[in-house]
Design a protein around this ligand. Structure first.
Ligand SMILES: *Cc1c(COP(=O)(O)O)cnc(C)c1O
Length: 475
């Protein structure tokens, strides 16, 4: 390590952080107007960061300068107001600033004894989150990387819980020889449910799939029929917020059906669970507190920086049983304060609680409700604008913040092709960015609103770009 490559004086660090801050501010100021997707090809982007492994170091100021320049030319403006692809979300300024401080403090939030502050802030935000979402206050909560790991954590707790009731300790004895767990899921279950079941040794080919309706909602009557034929431990995976349509499984009816078999009900609510924070929309989640576990994201609709997910389990005992590790060298927490690693699959990790705390404290209950309502209203606004054009079809009812759009041409047989072409042209136009999808056998464009900074004007500009591309593609 050379002297120039590691600036160790506090003046050096301050200059470096100022340099990073200036680059960050310049980027943030460009967000409302910059093209949403980078122009360079993937190869050109790789070359921006390319080169052989450095044999010797470079001065930190030069490294930060080069990184800022490479990022400026290559990152996707998904933090900005006209990114409607997937379900992504940006960062509200308070949470972004908190995330900077989190990096600066560099706490290992896995252990209470390594950082009482990270443990304490989690204890506080966990209470706030349960209150906001209307979930049982004694639930176990783990702060994880995203909804994939939240689904994993919740389903690990489910596996623990249903096997414990069947007299089997899965953590000690594994799955070999255990009573068979039957997993029931809606046909529209997100792929991360499958990912979690794979990692948990439950597999995916044995999932019993329950048909869904035209909006993508699990059909409760079909679940009742499915459950009637099952014996032994059962886990039902429901969904709040379909990634294509935003629709909600009928949770209240699902919970009622599951009770007859003492089945565990898990709800994947990556973005949809936040409807609970809106007095206008919480009816979509009727019966939600009757489920056994809930997985959601903070980095999507709560608009905290990546990465941040939340795993919630009604039976804190089952959650703890599935996740807690004990080692002699770990200092015991005092006064029963929270030991963060008791609730997540990770050991060492980032202090994600700080950015959550800042976001919730900044917005408050009413600000979060407003943000959710605004996103949902803007999705409806976009769909209404688009549907005024002849040949543009909205494929599903807009229940939350997702709109599915299909484009028709002169030859109906070519509508799939035309829709893909419109998506390609819109992405190339770079006014906004939307992803394509396949919905019930048809190609569609997905319009997802979950960025705090999106305005009506952003939607109008995006709709203009979409319609321009449609007219050009239709010919
Ligand atoms: C995004 C999403 C996930 C996965 O969440 P990550 O944060 O990407 O891990 C799971 N389920 C649904 C419904 C989603 O929308």
């Amino acid at each position: 390590m050379t002297d120039e490559s590691l600036s160790s004086s506090s003046a050096g660090v301050a200059a470096l952080l100022t340099q990073a801050r200036d680059a960050a501010v310049k980027y943030l100021e460009s967000l409302p107007e910059r093209p949403v997707f980078p122009a360079p090809s993937f190869e050109a982007i790789r070359n921006l960061y390319g080169g052989a492994l450095p044999e010797t170091g470079r001065p930190a100021a030069e490294v930060v300068r080069d990184l800022a320049a490479a990022g400026e030319a290559s990152v996707v403006a998904s933090a900005g107001p006209r990114y409607f692809g997937y379900v992504i979300g940006g960062s509200i300024p308070a949470a972004l600033a908190a995330d900077w401080l989190t990096s600066t403090w560099d706490q290992n939030a896995g252990l209470w004894s390594a950082t009482p502050a990270a443990s304490a802030v989690e204890e506080v935000v966990v209470r706030w989150i349960l209150d906001l979402l209307g979930l049982p206050p004694a639930s176990g909560v783990g702060i994880v990387t995203g909804c994939q790991m939240a689904n994993f954590t919740c389903l690990a707790a489910a596996r623990h819980g249903v096997l414990r009731r069947a007299g089997w300790n899965v953590e000690a004895d594994g799955l070999a020889g255990a009573p068979r767990i039957q997993v029931v899921a809606g046909a529209e279950a997100h792929v991360t449910i499958h990912g979690a079941l794979r990692m948990l040794g439950l597999g995916t080919s044995s999932i019993i799939s329950v048909p869904s309706d035209a909006q993508g909602r699990m059909v409760a009557g079909e679940l009742v029929k499915t459950l009637a034929g099952l014996e032994g431990p059962v886990i039902v995976c429901a969904q709040a917020g379909n990634v294509n349509t935003g629709s909600f499984d009928p949770i209240e009816e699902i919970v009622r059906a599951a009770e007859t078999k003492k089945a565990w009900v898990h709800v994947d609510g990556a973005f949809g669970l936040w409807a609970a924070a809106s007095p206008k929309r919480k009816h979509l989640l009727r019966g939600i507190a009757g489920a056994d576990s809930w997985a959601t994201d903070a980095h999507k609709w709560l608009n905290v920086p990546y990465d941040s997910g939340i795993a919630i389990v009604k039976s804190a005992e089952d959650h703890f049983g599935a996740m807690s590790l004990k080692a002699d060298y770990i200092e015991k927490s005092v006064n029963e304060s929270r030991e963060p690693l008791d609730w997540v699959p990770e050991f060492s990790r980032r202090g994600r609680g700080f950015a959550l705390w800042a976001a919730i404290r900044n917005l408050g209950r009413s600000g979060i409700a407003e943000m959710i309502d605004r996103g949902a209203d803007l999705a409806k606004f976009a769909a209404e604008k688009l549907s005024k054009e002849a040949g543009v079809e909205i494929l599903a009812e807009i229940v939350l913040n997702q709109a599915l759009i299909r484009f028709h041409g002169k030859n109906a047989e070519k509508d799939d092709e035309l829709t893909r072409e419109v998506v390609r042209r819109v992405q190339e136009d770079r006014v906004c960015w939307l992803s394509g999808t396949r919905w019930q056998g048809k190609e569609a464009m997905r319009f997802s609103v979950c960025n705090w900074s999106t305005t009506e004007k952003d939607v109008e500009r995006s709709v203009e770009s979409i319609l321009k591309c449609y007219r050009a593609a239709r010919g």
